[in-house]
Ligand binder design. Sequence first.
Ligand SMILES: [Zn+2]
Length: 310
Amino acid sequence: MLETVYEAQLPVGENLIIYKNRITGSKPVGRIAIVSGIHGDELEGQYVCYEMIRRLEEHPEYLRGTVDIYPQMNPLGIDMARRNIPKMEMDLNRIFPGNAQGTVMERAAAAVVEDITGADVCIDLHASDMYVREIPQVRVSAEFARQLLPFAKLLNADMIWLNATATVHESTLAHSMNMLGVPTLVMEMGLGLRITRVYGDQVVDGIFYLMREMGLWDGPVGPVREPVISSDGEVEFIRAEHAGIFLPSIAHRHYLHKDEKIGDIVDVLTGKVVQEIVARKGGMVFTLREYPFVYEGSLIARILEQDTQE
Ligand SMILES: [Zn+2]
């Protein structure tokens, strides 16, 4: 059932409406909230929401509890494929928990928080930007790791990144909901402005597995992967040292050996390689640059350091 979570008239004559789709099962045994589109240029979660609803409607007989799906938390941003709230240039994920007496967007944030409050778990789906591709991962702040890790391990992610500093800012939806006692997991995958169906299907499988473990879903579920768990200390950032075009030599999600080549940065005017990028340690490439132009300091890859198997 479609419900309006928040609605406001904007001064520019537009309407801001945040919808959710509530799908209710046969028993009131619990509730899961699935959130996407806080950042309007991150579209991977759009497919996850679609596919969740499609599978739930295909087999309503298996659903026990309640599933609330909020596909577009920042509808104006999604309309324009922009990360922030257009015209206000505000990051919606920096104004939670909001304020019921505040500005339009602060009131929207407060309405969303109130609506999710009482859920047994919340999944907040994000994507990368247009520059680097990410494997499906759960990002968990150290502060809430004890409560969140048991849920995070069920979500069929390749990786759990503990204490990924930027994602666990205090004004995020996830932090606010965790403070209010709703275990909220941030998932990150793919690329900005793109949908990677294979990742979306992987995450949907994980959400159903989690729902089954929570008693919300009685249907068949596949096995889930065992994610690697890392903290900031084990993640190596590889950055460009020269401007140019990055040409990768490896695939994403690849396990690198020490001294293995990651790629070249080339100068298209002179035809020269200006930087050969080589791994100093072995590990899994969980972030890899897709956008070819680089400047000094541009992120090329993130590697989760692991002992190489050979
Ligand atoms: Zn995001």
